[in-house]
Design a protein around this ligand. Sequence first.
Ligand code: GLC
Length: 503
Amino acid sequence: MKLFTRKPKFKILFVTTEEAPFVKVGGLGEVMFALPRALAALGHEVRVMLPLYGTIENPSRFPYVFQGLEIPTAPNNEGKRLICNVRKFNSTNEPSSPVTTYFLENQEYYELRANVYGYGDDRIRFALLSRGCLEFLNVSREWMPEVVVATDWMTGYLPNFLKTDYRDCAGLESIATLFSIHNLSSQGTIRPSQFLEETEHDDGYGSIPDFFGERMPFVNAMRRGIMYADIVNTVSPAYAKEITTEEFGEGLDALLREKRGKLYGVLNGIDYDTNDPATDGCLAKNYTMKTIASRVRNKLALQQRFGLPQGENIFMMGIVSRLVRQKGFALLLPILGEFLKTTGAELIVVGTGDAEIMNMFQEFEKKFSSQVRLHLQFDEVLPHQIYAGSDVVLVPSKFEPSGLTQMEAMRFGAVPVARRTGGLADTIEDYVPEESKGTGFLFDDFEPNALLIAMTRAFVSWQYRSAWLNLEKRAMEKDFSWDRSAKEYSALFESVIRAKREN
Ligand code: GLC
């Protein structure tokens, strides 16, 4: 039976902890801005729901659509009630406007916190978001989605609630759920090493327990999301395969192998309007593939801005990243010094993260004061200047669900030096000079020498300037637009809704 005409349009709700420009910690916030917009451009009716954090300015610009929402915190509608309000941002027709967004308002759990993550009661905060969303849909009847997309462990509770506590709510029973994994390593549970007994391990069955009870810290919200959602996806095809193995499965590989039939990988995209070297107002010199030779003016400007010796013939490396273990920068520790000494290269690092990694870079900056510069804070403008001014960007990740920095860098003609894993493997093709093929430099083993070899290959290849310009052009030519990914998501929504309707 044919259920849909050729291009079905769906009502889709994303429930998430980040959405740029309202709040962004990492790539997730970027994706939650761009993907819903790309889906809306295909004709779907897309909305987003997230907490109203204290850092979101001037909330009164978002009118209330519901006040006094009472959210139960234990199974069977029991437990203490947490009271929330819901505000709504109406999307405007401007090209950069986010889609219509609901904000869940609660003083204690969101408004009074300066950060998005990192509190001892994060589980309660995000279980509240998950349950609050369903309670809002059920009580307010403001709007009813056909698909809810839950994201990472923070909203892994949601598909579970929908299939247990909200199972019999009229209108909600037909909602299909897609659970999106952006990072499998955080699961919302205390680490198995902290378990006292094997029985404390979460088997995933049953309702989410009392938010304030002693079971709650053991709930593995990532596992629950995977178990209860109708379809699971992650943000690149390679990572979708990797997470079914013990090496990348973070303890959930057996479950993911079992769910293989409903596990998909859809590569993230990047926003082509806001990532454009031809029009970017913050660059010293705009350029296209045709005028790529003038790109080097941005290197000189970058060196000047950071007070580094200026020269076209200095090999410039950039890092734009969250500085966390996942990103693999610890591999630089034993090799970077030698590399800087022998090549005279320069390195600029932008990002923030773990003290350990920031300290390592600070030591390098001290020792190589005319070659290394750091900007250990989030910055809106600098990343594009680095992509436009660097010869290479370094992305040696231990694992990488998708990765956005390599795609953005390539759009600006900076060549990635990266580990062949996850989304990096899906977006970068290793350089073969004899065949004038490839878009970057890949290495396999997660060890310092493998990275050093890739960096050295890049440095040597860079000496051959005309071949290098062609390499840059090939990187710029790649199409990582959201349009392609949004079409793949549409197909996923179609199958998840069909599965629901046919039941
Ligand atoms: C997470 C992943 C990263 C991905 C981003 C957006 O931050 O670590 O690889 O690009 O989510 O999906």
